[in-house]
Design a protein around this ligand. Sequence first.
Ligand code: KIV
Ligand code: ZN
Length: 533
Amino acid sequence: MSESQTGRPAENRPDRVVIFDTTLRDGEQSPGASMNMAEKLEVARGLALLGVDVIEAGFPIASQGDFEAVRAIATEVAGASVCALARCNDRDIDRAWEAVQFAQKPRIHVFLATSAIHREHKLRMTKEQIIERAVTSVRRAKSVCADVEFSPEDAARTELDFLCEVVQAAIEAGATTVNIPDTVGYATPIQYSKVIRTLIERVPSIGRAVVSTHCHDDLGLATANSLAGVEAGARQIECTINGIGERAGNAALEEVVMALKTRFDYYGLTTGIKTERLYPMSRLLTSMTGLSVQRNKAIVGRNAFAHESGIHQDGMLKERSTYEIMRPEDVGVPRTDLVLGKHSGRHALKDRVAELGHNLSDEQLESLFTDFKALADKKKEVYDDDLLVLIEKYLEHIPAQWSLVGLHTTAGMSLLPTATVSIRRPDGEIAQDAAIGDGPVDAIFKAVERVTGVRANLREFVVRSVTQGKDAQGEVTLELEVESGDRSFRGRAASTDIIEASAQAYVNAVNAIAAHRDRGHVREVVGRPGAGA
Ligand code: KIV
Ligand code: ZN
């Protein structure tokens, strides 16, 4: 039955699970995942295309940068509801509304911790005070925004009777969604489903709100707990792409969605997600954050559809369903890995880029074609992963203030490793300097530091092969730490020469630091949720 036939939005049907994506809020607040405004917008557009129902775009009171990103997403991204997080106080709520008010479908999400441990040690508030604060805040949010979500933080460790009371009061005050966070990833599936079931059975007004899950993965149970919650009657799941999020992360969107789809026979529930966009979305987030997913990650990992054992391969050749419960194409994993060679033309490239989920302008495609030809000259076969690395250049939005224009290194046994770099400065002049290091890469980093004057500690340095084979591109991801260790910036680059990739990645990270400083120091003014509400 269509939306117009039922007279209510599809996401309100009893068999429909609302997908609430918090990649840009809970996900973005985790170490190594921070994004600039342009990157957040790109991710938000991807989420809307994926078909999520709600995008939690950020925590506007946290910083000017967060506020502007939420406002930009609310103004520009259509289709999904756009939600802003706020603690239970007037300033947070007003700021959240200021950020989301122009969204097609705005939502304010207010939260307040309810467990004894948080009440006593963090908030120093009585149960009565908690209820009063929750009610006042939901009412304030409701006075400006029809769609209000309330979260009793650390709900999974809250006394059930008290949780029922708080949830009832929040719904009476106007909450349209009540979210039940397992903030510290402590719950187990049967226990969590009992919490949800109890609320549904005991809270008199529960029928007036959507019950939601929000599970963290500290014990590796986030997906299982979310599904247990849904089985008990919850109809919204809060989750993130690739499962990124505070500490061990949140329930992975791709996992909960594919579990519901693959096991429709069991759950009988649907979502609005276009599952063939899951893999491109996972790749997009990886390129925006630099956080790669592990090889054996369910649904989107490199090995998720690889069959290595002879017995499995034999079974697959006879009948796919012997060892495959989902088809790679259902989640958008490219049909074949081998793409193009040096004789491939513009059309083939354009088609492949579209199949990989990217939408480049004609001008960008033309420039990509030049890069592709240069790469195809160096390596015979250009794989999807090679292409994705080339495409990333067009998704990078950090203005390149410094650019590497020349590099020379010497290294070997009984030699002092040295590097000379030539770098175009922000004023357009080319500067050159040299340094000695523990190895050629260390020498490059020191030389770049001398030219740019940007001092930073190298916190992480990872080289991986983009594809197989001796001629594969090497991708370097590194993380630089600045300003008394509370900020880190990532740089990534790939090349068939890993020394060059290392230099380029370092310069990219320096550009991220420079852009951050130009924005006039965007640092949290109040800390992040979970750090004290
Ligand atoms: O984990 C949590 O409790 C949260 C709340 C802010 C919903 O992220
Ligand atoms: Zn959370």
